[in-house]
Ligand binder design. Structure first.
Ligand code: AMP
Length: 439
């Protein structure tokens, strides 16, 4: 199937072609026809599947065709709500790219920056508004936004909205929307609260389920190092020195931890930058921009700041801390191995994190291959091994992926996973209730 087969308008086809897309992704193949028919949609899918184009293109197409030489101030006809600033900006960039020949205008609003510029853009009139919930409610409350002309609403990453405590804001926003509209609801997982919310928001809808985690767990080469907490910085520095040309995303569970990693790496003469909720918007955008452009090789991020970051050529993900929510592991390793590329995800596991590793392995239904013994071993043994001069074996390169043998001598082929990312039955619902904190 091609984009032309989907019956897209010429200016949109041209833009999609300029983006270098040749074939629609599965979610695009399934969702675009449903949306072009005017139906509501429940998409069980996460960022990385091509879902922005899946919802953005039909909206652009409809608005483009119904412009009819409109005059006067533009009114908001489509609203896209997404949990984080990074995702909002990324969606804004995509909509701008797909709609560049349509004459339609979009803008992005989010918190953490002064509202003046956002308000003046809104005053000038936009067709499509992309927003994070807090700033959206704020500007709605101040009377800068009305939805009288709204035709489309997209709720993106609904489960993350729930995790971040935005669910009440979302309900308030939905209550202010005109009842006659086309609604699109996206979530990577469907816990009960999210199912209930989707029922409230959607009318007569069709469902599309994409299972990126399954593909991810299969495509990404994984490994775990048992290491003491104290030795994690040394192991990280060692791995980074072993791979001087790789672009590496390092996950830290906390903001404070992310800053500490940057400091420790700098002591080893390794340059990195951190992104998390305590950093200013400018600092986050600069670090992310430098990372995407290849000017910065190592980015340290918390989960919320990193979710949805779309970086081509990301060769290595390091879980400096293992997440206590197993699904987060799958989201993290999904940052590498995107599209048809394959990637490597290495995790550091200290004694306290062993139970997290067990939970993760239960969820992905495979054992994460143990990396060979090294000089930065777990607490219990590090005294004996610290004097050991033997250098750790370097992590396997992409070329050696087939020779992945774990400690017990079993071959562990990631491709054997039975993990079904999109299925809620496989998920341990309890883990969803663990606090993730607001970034
Ligand atoms: P998304 O899930 O919307 O964040 O998209 C993930 C990545 O896939 C982005 O870098 C998009 O530019 C890219 N992408 C989206 N659709 C296609 C397509 N049909 N072919 C190739 N790349 C795509």
């Amino acid at each position: 199937m091609t984009f032309k087969d989907l019956g897209l308008a010429e200016p949109i086809l041209r833009a999609v072609e300029a983006e270098g897309y040749t074939t629609p992704t599965p979610i695009q193949q399934q969702a675009i026809p449903i949306l072009l028919k005017g139906k509501d949609l429940l998409g069980v899918a996460q960022t990385g599947t091509g879902k922005t184009a899946a919802f953005g293109i039909p909206i652009l197409q409809h608005l483009y065709r119904s412009q009819n030489g409109q005059s006067g101030k533009r009114r908001i006809k489509a609203l896209i709500v997404t949990p984080t600033r990074e995702l909002a900006i990324q969606i804004g960039e995509s909509i701008t790219a797909y709609g560049k020949h349509t004459g339609l205008r979009n803008t992005v609003i989010f918190g953490g920056v002064k509202q003046g510029k956002q308000v003046s853009t809104l005053r000038n009139g936009v067709d499509i508004l992309i927003a994070t919930p807090g700033r959206l409610l704020d500007l709605m409350g101040q009377g800068f936004i009305t939805f009288r002309d709204l035709e489309f609403v997209v709720l993106d990453e609904a489960d993350q909205m729930l995790d971040m405590g935005f669910i009440h804001d979302i309900k308030k926003i939905i209550a202010k929307l005109p009842p006659k509209r086309q609604s699109l609801f996206f979530s990577a997982t469907m816990p009960k609260t999210i199912v209930e919310l989707s029922r409230k928001m959607l009318g007569d809808f069709e469902r599309v389920t994409i299972k990126p985690e399954q593909a991810t767990a299969e495509k990404v080469e994984q490994g775990v190092y048992f290491v003491s907490k104290k030795n994690k910085p040394k192991l990280l520095a060692h791995l980074l020195q072993e791979r001087p040309n790789d672009s590496v995303l390092v996950f830290s569970r906390t903001k404070h931890g992310a800053n500490k990693i940057v400091k420790k790496l700098s002591q080893a003469d390794i340059r990195s930058a951190a992104i998390h909720g305590n950093k200013s918007q400018t600092a986050r955008q600069k670090a992310l921009g430098d990372f995407k452009d290849g000017k910065l090789r190592i980015l340290i991020a918390t989960d919320i700041a990193a979710r949805g970051i779309d970086v081509e050529e990301l060769s290595l993900v390091v879980n400096y801390d293992l997440p206590n929510v197993s699904e987060t592991y799958v989201h993290r390793i999904g940052r590498t191995g995107r599209a048809s590329a394959s990637g490597i995800a290495l995790s550091f596991c200290d004694k306290e994190e062993r139970p997290y590793l067990r939970d993760i392995e239960k969820l992905i239904r495979q054992e994460v291959p143990r990396m060979p013994e090294h000089q930065f071993l777990d607490d219990g043994t590090e005294e004996e091994t610290e004097s050991d001069e033997r250098p750790p074996r370097p992590p396997r390169s992409q070329n050696s992926r087939a020779r992945n043998v774990n400690r017990s001598g079993n071959r562990n082929r990631s491709g054997n996973s039975n993990y079904r990312g999109g299925s809620s039955q496989n998920r341990n619902q309890n883990t969803r209730n663990k606090s993730r904190g607001r970034d």
